[in-house]
Write a new protein. Structure first.
Length: 364
């Protein structure tokens, strides 16, 4: 079948634009990623020294290097309490917060790319509300059949069930549309929020646990949490990078993307499921932490541009730095620790209003 002039024109644009900008953008992209990696590494070491017990930075570096290279003699002269504080208390919390921030930022980039909506994040489709509802059930019933994996499992089941319901409600004779997905997500999230309120009402002794968990916290995280979140976040990043070019083409619209060889429905479902999975695991480990998936993609587009092949890794690193900094602020700087979800809402709420207003004025 002979291709139309419109199709050939779109292909030419897609082929020529990356080639013409590659020489300019690739070095800056590598420089941006390298700079963010360095900043993240410095932040990890710096925040490990901060807390109720302030530790010297050289000692923290020695402890980390000793564990990393399996050289216990390097810390023979260091107080064993310091070693326990760094390796068993602070590092799991620090790494978990960084990974959760990266995961939420990745999900935000993908949701915004699929829905073509700058206000989209893991909460737009009700995925986080579904994960919170599932986790609340596990906490209410005190289910421990799978140990520490019980709450994450219920959170994932809740998120997956919510996604299936949203897709079912949004689907029609014309397939999936961004508007229908957003509206369905809002409806389902409202129902689930009412369900969470009911669970808190009947929780009795467990109500304190549910409320504290819903406000978000990284307290008492372990290396198992680091492994679970890390595997999910890096696995999802690999999937997103495979489909990054398709996600770029989907911004042209369904018909144009399909003419360039993108299986629009299949790619949408794969990306939605993967983004929902990483959101569910992050919510299960940390509780409700809002606006990271909204803030970070917007800020990084100004730095890395709209190409998702660059935006995804840059946003993951920036999200990790942002949430690590916010958690350190609540843990080591403020006179009393407050839930991390409260802090991110206080910062993200006004930013959400700003983005929404710009969109209303036609500037975004």
């Amino acid at each position: 079948m002979e291709r139309s002039d419109e199709t050939r024109g779109i292909e030419s644009q897609e082929r020529d634009r990356p080639m013409s900008r590659a020489a300019v953008m690739v070095p800056s992209t590598f420089g941006t990623i390298a700079g963010l990696l360095l900043l993240l590494a410095v932040a990890v070491v710096a925040t490990a020294a901060l807390g109720f017990i302030r530790l010297p930075f050289p000692a923290v570096l020695q402890i980390m290097a000793s564990r990393l290279f399996d050289q216990p003699e390097w810390i023979a002269q260091i107080d064993p309490v310091w070693t326990v504080v760094v390796t068993e208390v602070r590092l799991p919390r620090i790494l978990t917060s960084a990974l959760v921030g990266g995961g939420l930022a990745l999900a935000g980039v993908v949701f915004q790319g699929i829905l073509l909506n700058p206000l989209a994040d893991p909460y737009t489709l009700g995925v986080s509300a579904g994960a919170a509802f599932g986790a609340s059930i596990a906490l209410l019933l005190n289910i421990g059949m799978l140990g520490i994996y019980s709450v994450p499992l219920f959170a994932f089941v809740g998120a997956a069930g919510t996604l299936l319901l949203v897709v079912f409600l949004a689907s029609g004779s014309g397939g999936l549309s961004s508007t229908n997905l957003v509206l369905s997500g809002i409806i389902v999230a409202a129902i689930l929020s009412a369900g969470i309120s009911f669970l808190k009402y009947v929780a009795d002794e467990q109500v304190g646990v549910i409320i504290f968990w819903l406000m978000g916290s990284f307290a008492s995280r372990t290396w198992l949490d680091v492994a679970m979140v890390g595997t999910t976040v890096f696995g999802s990043l690999a999937v997103f990078m495979v489909y990054a070019r398709d996600l770029n083409l989907m911004a042209l619209g369904e018909r144009s993307a399909a003419s360039l060889g993108v299986d629009f429905q299949r790619v949408t479902l794969v990306l939605l499921i993967t983004a929902s999975l990483v959101s569910a695991i992050c919510v299960a480990v940390s509780g409700i932490i809002g606006f990271v998936g909204l803030l970070v993609p917007h800020m990084m587009r100004m730095l890395a541009g709209p190409d998702n092949r660059r935006l995804l890794p840059v946003s993951m690193l920036a999200g990790a730095i942002l949430l690590l900094g916010a958690d350190t602020l609540t843990r080591a700087v403020l006179p009393q620790e407050i839930p991390i979800g409260v802090l991110t809402a206080l910062v993200g709420g006004p930013f959400f209003c700003y983005v929404f207003r710009r969109r209303q004025l036609g500037k975004a």
